[in-house]
Write a protein that binds this ligand. Structure first.
Ligand SMILES: Cc1ncc(COP(=O)(O)O)c(C=O)c1O
Length: 291
């Protein structure tokens, strides 16, 4: 079996088996931490500054400051990815509040955060899944009120995703107060009469890096789009439904709650966007500044 790449933990690069964190770490005890998943295409970090900005926002929201500068993170992550030269990879970066040696909910004043990052070969959607689309169901959004924080506390998302799997669906689209917010692990877009619609950023959804890129590509290529609420009726009657994330990229939903979306195939606007997204990625892989 190929050797696992070393991981980064608190200033050191180590084999995975040697990496140890205290059981009193607040990440382990309380889920007190935040994370990022950063794609790396052909050895090039994807939208790193956007991911680091979101990391800063998440840290700020949980009353922490980033212990590393963007240049320091870039150095650490580049060193990680060099272990798989030229490969498409997925980087996981996590910061927890750290460990004081006791279990106490109160946020301590003097504590050193635990920094962890690892890289793995990317497992992006295969061509058939992209071409055929996926199925989804709607579920009540029973997560907390701070979904804009990329918190490691993901139990609700894990259970929602698992409920979707129980129903034979690939993803759950979450409904709060009659509005569809996002997927359990992705952002939501619909197409209605030729217009692309995605819910505006709020505390009810994660500000996805892929979501922002899709809107940039729509803007660049003169596609009509708005950021507006999507109620259940609009979702059910949508001509197209898409989900986006760093690992899903842009994916068409072809069946919702057992009903066909549009004609049951990925729609024409989706196909246009999927092409733009693929071109963007190909430029990055070829080492060009993607536009
Ligand atoms: C709840 C949720 N929404 C949206 C996303 C998409 O974010 P990104 O495009 O930055 O991967 C994710 C990604 O994991 C997610 O977990």
């Amino acid at each position: 079996m190929a050797k696992q790449p070393d991981i980064y933990l608190n200033g050191r690069f180590l084999p995975l088996e040697e990496a140890k964190v205290s059981v009193l770490d607040r990440g382990f005890l309380f889920g007190d931490g935040v994370y990022e998943v950063i794609p790396c295409y052909a050895g090039r970090l994807f939208r790193l500054e956007h991911h680091l900005q979101r990391l800063d926002n998440s840290l700020h929201a949980i009353r922490m400051t980033n212990p590393k500068s963007p240049a320091e993170w870039e150095e650490i992550l580049t060193q990680l990815t060099r272990q798989l030269p030229g490969a498409d990879q997925s980087i996981y970066l996590q910061i927890t509040r750290g460990c004081t040696g006791k279990r106490d909910h109160a946020i301590p004043t003097d504590i050193t955060p635990t920094l962890f990052a690892m890289t793995q070969p990317a497992s992006y959607p295969d061509a058939a899944t992209l071409a055929n689309g996926i199925t989804a169901i709607t579920l009540p959004d029973n997560r907390w009120q701070r979904c804009n924080i990329k918190a490691i506390t993901l139990l609700a998302n894990v259970l929602l995703r698992s409920e979707a799997t129980d129903h034979g669906a690939a993803e759950a689209i979450l409904i709060r107060d009659g509005q569809a917010s996002e997927g359990a692990t992705s952002n939501l877009f619909i197409v209605q009469q030729g217009e692309i619609i995605t819910p505006p950023k709020s505390e009810h959804l994660l500000p996805g890096i892929t979501r922002d890129l899709v809107l940039e590509l729509a803007n660049l290529h003169g596609m009509t789009f708005i950021e507006a609420g999507i109620d259940v009726k609009a979702l059910e009657e949508a001509d197209e439904i898409w989900l986006t994330s760093s690992t899903k990229e842009v994916m068409a939903v072809v069946e919702l709650n057992g009903q066909r979306v549009g004609n049951g195939r990925p729609g024409p606007i989706y196909s246009r966007m999927a092409n733009y997204y693929r071109d963007y990625k190909a430029q990055l892989q070829a080492g060009h500044e993607a536009t």
